[in-house]
Design a protein around this ligand. Structure first.
Ligand code: 3H9
Length: 698
């Protein structure tokens, strides 16, 4: 008997139960346990059929990712699966929770599968930069046909039990996994059903063998958004092998692809991102076991773009929202925008047809701050002015119920100062959502000086509940993300004064994998915002100011750093902008030079990394990986590059520190001098990751 897998017998049915919390991942011990138990069950003459199931919250959620990159321990997963498949007695997987990756591959090795109705089944390896490496690319197409297999394997999203039933991935939906599994096993025995080995069943491959476009069209549709990623294409190739090659050769091809990806840089970065995201939910310096407060209703103040997007995020998760405005007119507009937004998503098939009505039904629009009274969490999303924020929080002190968490969605203002305007600073924190708030996954949770630990855990827990990725940060101008972004913006602008063009800078940044460069981003956000703020502060920025003076505010005026055709968001280089930049440089007596793409990349990335080092030093972020999570989920940093701090470790901190010193001198910009922490790590030959490990040990 194994510690993590046990074998029991109910009459003639053997039950093999994996019990390895939290997610029954296929560690060496679990593989060994299944192998032993199945072997014993096969050898036991009293056993006529074998049901494989799991204890705890889920069926096997995949291979144990922590084992990747370490020396393999026997038995291999393929061996375990082939034992189930070649068993002379029927093998049945009884599924609950999520059967993912290696977990679904184990189930596919069984002769039959049943699942409870809440179960989900999928092969998400591609999200870790991998492809299914234990037969999934060969057996799933045989179970559901290549079209759906491509969708599941190249896209990585799971399907529901009812869809799995419809597509022939499972044979039945059962009430209870164990009882249902036993009942199904008895039925198989009574009906003397033939044991179905997917490896030998090519029936669902026939259509694609005859007409390959079934497969290629599916691949094309699924790889449209896979720019820069290796895994989706390799995964598609492996599914192609299922159509083109005999099973065992297909398996070989799959294995080669899997090992190549597993040892490659992209998967390393993506596995790092997986664990970083989960690490970010663990709040440094909060007493263990601090329970979050209960949040049954949320109030959001402000029905503008941000407030509306935040309200939708809660409604999407089934949480009722009171949306508060100052007047009927603004409220009507805000509610209308959300309604339209939902309807557009439903029309695209993104949500069910009845979802807009259901979700809008959860949002109650009202006028007047006194309506916060029933909310357990209040999120303020009003105009970004300290005076207005203080006014709102002073009023909240009067109307919000005791113990309600009071959050500001400010993107840079001082939360300590906001907290002071209430008599309950322990309940105040920041919840900085990113625009569009119903889409972007990041939520920076800003911990103020007096924020209570349980207010903080409440914000983190609720953020996860609404499918956001929370990262806790400290108070400073711009918090983590925008503070680093400001460094990039500063360099982008300087590059224009040295001879680079907006389209050159943006092209380098998008080639690196970011969704947009700094100038296209400026056009999207609106150039007039920065212009007004510069005017208020008496600051000049010659090129940006000249653009605004010429009425070029960005996308909203059809012209900014780029020009835009009517109704299009595609930036097009504009000779007028080039002329305007030339004239500005001439007027200022600046000489143009050829700026190389390499220099642009370094000056876009390294100053941000430098700021990240300062942020760590000041303990605004607790871990380098928290900074990476912020960039991955708030700014579209390419997942296969892990995040700026991970990327810095790959490039080498000494190189980065040297280049920053060089640019500091070359461009006469002392702010580019390497931060003390970066300097120290570079001198010691260390990485940011070593810092995280040291923190953990402390
Ligand atoms: C694979 O299968 C390859 C094969 O094809 C071929 C092999 C030869 N391993 O997410 P949570 C940990 S690749 C190790 O917060 P939830 C996780 O780090 C794999 N650990 O819970 C966390 O630890 P901690 C394919 C894992 O309820 C804890 O479990 N499978 C693994 O929100 C709880 O996780 C996948 O990609 C793992 N596989 O969500 C599935 N999975 O508490 C990956 C989780 O110390 N997993 N942990 O921070 C998931 O998508 C989610 O964890 C799941 C549960 C949906 C299962």
């Amino acid at each position: 008997m194994s510690e993590v897998v046990k074998l029991e017998r109910h009459d003639e049915i053997a039950i093999v139960t994996v019990d390895s919390p939290p997610v029954n991942a296929l560690s060496a011990a679990v593989r060994r346990g299944i192998h032993e138990c199945v072997k014993n069950a096969i050898a036991d003459p009293a056993v006529k059929a074998i049901v494989l199931t799991c204890a705890g919250r889920t069926f096997i959620a995949g291979a144990d990712i922590t084992e990747f990159g370490k020396p393999p321990q026997p038995p291999g997963l393929a061996e375990v699966i082939s034992e189930l498949e070649n068993s002379p007695k029927p093998t049945i997987a009884a599924i609950h929770g999520t059967a993912l990756g290696g977990g679904l591959e184990v189930a596919l090795g069984c002769h039959f599968r049943v699942a409870v109705k809440e179960a989900k089944l999928g092969l998400p390896e591609v999200k870790l930069g991998l492809l299914p490496g234990a037969g999934g690319t060969q057996r799933l197409p045989r179970a559901v046909g290549p079209e759906l297999a491509v969708k599941m394997i190249v896209g990585g999203d799971p399907i529901s039990a009812s869809e799995a039933l419809k597509q022939g991935l499972i044979e039945e939906i059962v009430e209870d996994r164990v009882q249902g599994g036993i009942a199904f096993a008895k039925k198989v025995l009574a009906e003397k059903r033939l044991l179905r080995k997917l490896r030998d069943d090519d029936s669902k491959l026939k259509a694609a063998k005859a007409d390959r476009s079934i497969f290629t069209n599916a691949v094309q549709a699924m790889t449209k958004k896979a720019r820069g990623l290796e895994a989706p294409f390799a995964a598609a190739d492996a599914v192609g092998a299922a159509i083109d090659l005999p099973f065992d050769e297909g398996l070989k091809k799959e294995r080669e692809g899997f090992l190549k990806l597993m040892n490659g840089d992209q998967s390393k970065a993506q596995r790092y991102a997986f664990f970083s995201e989960r690490e970010a939910a663990k709040i440094a310096g909060v007493p263990e076991g601090t329970k979050p407060r209960n949040v049954a209703r949320v109030a959001i103040i402000g029905a503008g773009t941000m407030g509306g997007g935040i309200a939708m995020s809660f409604a999407n998760a089934g949480i009722p929202v009171t949306l508060i405005e100052t007047g009927e007119e603004q409220l009507k507009r805000g509610m209308g925008v959300m309604q339209k937004n939902y309807e557009a998503t439903a029309a695209r098939g993104g949500i069910p047809a009845d979802a807009p009505a259901k979700r809008m039904g959860l949002i109650t629009g009202v006028v007047g701050l006194e309506n916060v009274k029933d909310a357990d969490l209040v999120i303020e999303a009003v105009f970004e002015t300290m005076a207005i924020k203080k006014e709102v929080f002073t009023a909240l002190d009067k109307y919000a119920k005791p113990g309600a968490v009071l959050a500001s969605n400010t993107s840079y203002l001082n939360i300590d100062e906001i907290a002071k305007s209430t008599g309950r600073p322990q309940d105040v924190l920041g919840m900085h959502f990113f625009s569009p708030a119903n889409v972007m996954k990041l939520c920076e949770i800003v911990r103020a000086d007096k924020t209570a630990p349980d207010a903080l855990t409440t914000a983190v827990a609720i953020a996860r509940k609404i499918a956001k990725v929370p990262a806790v940060v400290g108070v400073c101008d711009g918090f983590v993300g925008n503070r680093m972004l400001a460094q990039r913006g500063k360099q982008a602008e300087k590059l224009l004064f040295e001879g680079a063009l907006p389209q050159q800078v943006d092209a380098v940044v998008t080639k690196f994998g970011m969704p947009m460069g700094p100038f296209a981003m400026g056009d999207l956000a609106g150039l007039d915002i920065g212009w007004r703020s510069r005017k208020d502060r008496g600051i000049k920025s010659e090129i940006a100011d000249a653009l605004c003076e010429a009425g070029r505010f960005g996308q909203k005026t059809g012209k900014g750093y780029y020009k835009y055709e009517a109704g299009s968001r595609a930036p097009m280089p504009d000779p007028e902008v080039e002329k305007l930049i030339d004239e500005t440089l001439q007027r200022l007596g600046r000489k143009k030079r050829v700026v190389s793409d390499d220099e642009i990349l370094e000056r876009m990335m390294y100053p941000m990394i430098n700021e990240g080092a300062r942020i760590l030093e000041e303990k605004i972020a607790a871990r380098p990986s928290d900074i990476d999570v912020i960039w991955l989920y708030g700014y579209g940093w390419p997942i296969y590059r892990g995040g700026p701090m991970f990327y810095a470790d790959q490039v080498g901190l000494k190189h980065i520190a040297d280049r920053l010193s060089f640019y500091a001198k070359e461009t006469n910009d002392p702010s580019l001098e390497p931060a003390p922490l970066l300097k120290r790590l570079a001198a010691e030959g260390k990485t940011f990751a070593s810092l995280a490990a040291a923190n953990k040990a402390a």
